[in-house]
Design a protein around this ligand. Structure first.
Ligand code: HEC
Length: 164
């Protein structure tokens, strides 16, 4: 890519990320009233978990990887640490499966959720390894995979959430 294309691409990514933020903030505001009903509580809990933990790491990674070049060793270390946190978060996601099942998830939903949850864990592990190796190319690749993993799970459960 030439320089102009890189600049244009970065500008586009920034616009998309800001758009994504606005979208997520909109959801938090919109979900406030739903949270008052007790039957909606598990959904609220998962939303909050996604928003305040998973999405927070994702935003950090996205900014550091795409907008804060070059990837110095210190940044690589923080990318590795953030990815390890995502591995932990993907383990915590199992807690929500039983709750969702009670609320009417089919076996197929449960299966897909579990597959995607494991995929998130594996990709985050790869990303962490790539950052430890200081391999910029692999970091870019695995972050793209990570992003796709978020989106492929949302495609089923929250199709309104396509932020990139
Ligand atoms: C295993 C499936 C799965 C994966 C993987 C996943 N999510 Fe989610 N996410 C969900 C589900 C289900 C919801 C919807 C919760 C609801 O509305 O009931 C959700 C909702 C969200 C929301 C919306 C919260 C709100 O305020 O409504 C954000 C933001 C989010 N996820 C971010 C992410 C990011 C970033 C990643 C990847 C790093 C990711 N998610 C990976 C299942 C997943």
């Amino acid at each position: 890519m030439n320089k102009k294309m890189v600049v244009a691409r970065n500008l586009l990514l920034c616009a998309l990320i800001i758009g994504g933020y606005t979208l997520s903030i909109g959801h938090v505001a919109a979900s406030g009233s739903v949270g008052t009903q007790s039957s909606a509580q598990p959904r609220e809990d998962l939303r909050r978990f996604m928003q305040s933990k998973v999405h927070q790491e994702y935003t950090f990674l996205s900014y550091t990887i795409w907008h804060n070049r070059p990837l110095t060793p210190a940044k690589m270390d923080s990318i590795a640490a953030s990815s390890v946190k995502i591995v932990g978060l993907s383990n915590e996601l199992t807690a929500y499966v039983a709750l969702y099942k009670e609320q009417g998830w089919s076996n197929e939903d449960v299966k897909l959720f579990e597959e995607k949850r494991l995929q998130l864990s594996r990709v985050a592990q790869e990303l962490s390894r790539a950052a430890q190796k200081r391999d910029t190319r692999e970091v870019h690749n695995f972050f793209t995979h990570l992003d796709n993993t978020c989106q492929s799970c949302h495609k089923r459960f929250r199709p309104d959430l396509q932020w990139l």
